[in-house]
Design a protein. Structure first.
Length: 351
């Protein structure tokens, strides 16, 4: 009897053990393994684009007003009125031939705004190209009907004596009309008071800056001589110590009356453009010129004591860019630029 009980107990234990093992096996089959979470991808850090002044490519201080429109001022260049005031503070200067063989400047001020500039004179047809290419606010003293109509047609901001009279004043020691000066440091406040937009909502327009491409064809250019006409002859001389070209006009050192320093520029760009004689005459009976600053033409870029020849291209709403014979971009060196716009038959010399 006892033996039967022991056998029965052993059988029961075996059954219980099998049942337990089956249950454990079933549980193992029902449990799903949770896959490990996917590895997190490293965040891609896009370096912030350096903030620079659009017209010089030079780094701007924190909080600098790099989105504001530049101030475009028409300055005369007759020999008898030199030295002008404030022109060395301009980021970009366009020099073009006007009536009678003299030249005139369109000075674009952005990174540095001097207290005053002058003498301020009348606008020309070339300004219908220059001002919108750089989104400038134009300051000038009068314009003939053709130019004034063109400014209106293009919708350009006209801040002459009629619109911004309180900024203009006559100085002693100079005869009219060569004594009109402009309080440039007050220009943005005046424009804002007139309800004129002074800040760009999109990207500002400016030249392309950078290093020359490796292997770019260059030639030494310690000096460049530019004969605009029989009355105006410009020479730029490379100053390696300061990394600047220094200007002389009509055989004399060209200075800025505001500082007494010689006019200088990081880049000098000669642009050959079509000059078309207009029917409108100046008071002396000389014909005026329309200068085509859109399309393309021959160019010579002087930077770092070197000359690079190429082609300029521009539209009515974008400033010129430059390419070499192989189609590679010719950037300007960061700094100030003078654009010397000459007739297509003018020959310059550099060495």
């Amino acid at each position: 009897m006892m033996k039967q009980r022991r056998i029965l107990s052993a059988l029961l234990c075996a059954v219980l053990l099998c049942t337990l093992m089956a249950g454990l096996s079933a549980c193992k089959k029902q449990v799903k393994k949770t896959p490990p979470p996917p590895a997190k991808k490293a965040a891609v850090v896009v370096p912030e684009k350096p903030k620079v002044w659009p017209l010089t490519g030079v780094a701007s201080p924190e909080g600098a007003p790099i989105d504001r429109f530049p101030l475009s001022v028409k300055i005369e260049n007759m020999k008898s009125i030199r030295p002008q005031t404030g022109i060395n503070s301009a980021d970009i200067v366009y020099e073009t031939e006007v009536e009678g063989g003299i030249t005139r400047f369109n000075c674009l001020f952005d990174s540095s705004i001097p207290a005053e500039v002058g003498p301020v004179r009348s606008a020309r047809l070339s300004d219908l190209w220059i001002v919108p290419q750089y989104q400038g606010l134009l300051f000038y003293s009068g314009a003939n009907a053709q130019v004034s109509g063109g400014l209106t047609e293009r919708g350009l901001t006209k801040l002459d004596g009629n619109a911004a009279g309180s900024l203009y004043y006559r100085v002693k020691g100079k005869s009219a009309p060569h004594n009109l000066f402009l309080a440039l440091s007050k220009a943005y406040d005046k424009a804002a008071a007139l309800g004129i937009e002074t800040t760009a909502t999109g990207e500002r327009r400016g030249p392309v800056f950078g290093d020359l491409a490796s292997g770019e064809t260059t030639s030494p250019a310690a000096s460049v001589s530019i004969p605009f006409s029989n009355l105006t002859h410009v020479v730029w001389t490379w100053d390696a110590a300061n990394g600047l070209y220094l200007r002389a006009t009509d055989g004399a050192v060209h200075t800025d009356a505001a500082t007494g320093k010689q006019v200088s520029s990081t880049n000098v760009v000669v642009m050959w453009a079509a000059y078309t004689q207009q029917g409108v005459l100046d008071p002396a009976g000389n014909p005026t010129w329309d200068i085509t600053l859109g399309g393309s033409g021959k160019a010579a870029i002087f930077r770092g004591g070197q000359r690079v020849d190429g082609t300029w291209s521009a539209t009515k709403d974008a400033p010129p860019t430059f390419t070499d014979a192989a189609g590679k971009s010719i950037p300007l060196a960061p700094g100030k630029t003078w654009f010397e716009v000459v007739r297509t038959d003018v020959s310059i010399a550099s060495q």
